[in-house]
Design a binder for this molecule. Structure first.
Ligand SMILES: *Cc1c(COP(=O)(O)O)cnc(C)c1O
Length: 372
């Protein structure tokens, strides 16, 4: 198959290893990396990312679903695989067959696992204030019940911080409360004689802003890929993280649009003067947000070209009037570098009114993933 023919992702695996080392240096020696490779490793390609990191000695990962875990096992990933989300009882077979660690999402779910009768390895979710997943931290009785269930092999507990990216006094106070609630649960479990379990609390921003509160694992997602959630995020750790992913496509056609003409679906772009338009072979089915219609930029031959007209499912248009040398077959950079310029996932996210996590995790199946 010809690579890079239409629309593709280039992965810089050296940057991935560089980011890993940055986190390794920041974390205490006894806190292990457990990178989040859910959602196809935030669009990067889970197999390639997990394999690369496994070769570097990483031996724990977290995924969103049992199916994601199964895929990684089949690709030869051998370490601990934690399923962060709900698994339907019909898929409990996979938990056992592929040696996955299941999250206990609450007390009811623990009883559901118990009804099955087989022995499951689990980490118990603790709700310390996000109110999404986990048994409430105050319900020690329920948490202890889960620990005592004979069919559960509880090897860990974890919680999740929900405002660890915020720097306001209120957000910092809330995060400290969550940390204290988590510590309370650990102490209570110790007091009840449970010693042999791992604890983890932090994702990217937890690690970046509260590195003094690391437990046994760090579940780093977005930042591992060298991306911040938002463009102007400031973190206490101030690491030198490098973006792993570039998103590129081809110029299909360069055409004239005369003054007064309109282009694309809904004739949403109007030429106020004669323009040259380049058509690119990438669209919203590949993960380019449709609300970048008439908004945002791409890079071509080291220059910025504004996006014009509506983003189509498989194609889009940009204005290359001021870049005269553009021709069919040229490369268009949607995320990444061209000449001296760079568009980051954070830029695209800002133009589209979202966070970069959403941008990269929605990059399509159809894109080739090419390691550099
Ligand atoms: C997705 C996720 C992570 C990783 O989050 P990032 O902010 O991308 O680092 C960690 N923990 C849980 C429970 C998650 O769902």
């Amino acid at each position: 198959m010809y690579r890079k023919g239409r629309a593709w992702i280039e992965l810089n695996l050296d940057h991935l290893k560089h980011n890993m080392k940055q986190f390794r240096r920041l974390l205490p020696w006894d806190c292990a990396l457990m990178p989040a490779v859910k959602a196809n490793a935030y669009g990067h390609g889970a197999m390639l990312v997990a394999k690369t990191l496994q070769e570097q000695g990483v031996n724990a990962f977290c995924v969103a679903s049992a199916s994601e875990g199964v895929q990684l096992r089949r690709a030869g990933i051998t370490g601990e695989l934690l399923v962060l989300g709900y698994t339907h009882p019909a898929q409990f077979d996979d938990l056992i067959a592929y040696d996955l660690i299941q999250t206990v999402v609450d007390g009811n779910y623990a009883r559901e696992l118990q009804r099955d009768g087989r022995k499951f390895t689990v980490h118990v979710g603790i709700d310390t204030g996000m109110h999404r997943i986990g048994e409430r931290w105050e319900n020690m009785e329920e948490i202890l019940k889960i620990f005592r269930m004979p069919c559960l092999n509880v090897t860990g507990i974890y919680s999740h911080l929900c405002v660890s990216d915020g720097q306001s006094q209120q957000e910092r106070a809330y995060t400290m409360e969550q940390i204290h609630h988590f510590e309370y649960v650990i102490e209570e479990l110790h007091r009840q004689g449970f010693q042999d379990f791992k604890c983890h609390l932090q994702g990217s921003y937890g690690v970046l802003n509260y590195s003094q509160y690391c437990f046994d694992y760090a579940r780093i997602g977005i930042a591992f890929y060298g991306i911040y959630s938002e463009k102007n995020d400031i973190t206490n750790a101030d690491l030198d993280l490098k973006p792993v992913l570039s998103l590129k496509s081809k110029v299909v056609s360069v055409r004239n649009l005369y003054q007064g003409e309109a282009a694309g679906y809904g004739l949403a772009y109007n030429a106020d003067q004669n323009r040259r338009i380049a058509v690119l072979s990438i669209g919203y089915a590949d993960g380019v947000p449709r609300n970048l219609s008439n908004c945002g930029y791409i890079l071509c031959n080291g220059k910025m070209a504004p996006i014009v007209g509506r983003i189509c499912m498989d194609q889009m248009m940009v204005d290359v009037t001021t870049i005269p040398q553009v021709k069919p077959g040229d490369e268009a950079v949607l995320i990444g570098k061209s000449g001296g310029l760079e568009i980051r996932a954070e830029d695209m996210a800002q133009w589209a009114g979202t966070i970069s996590n959403e941008i990269v995790s929605r990059l399509g199946e159809r894109l080739e993933r090419v390691a550099e």
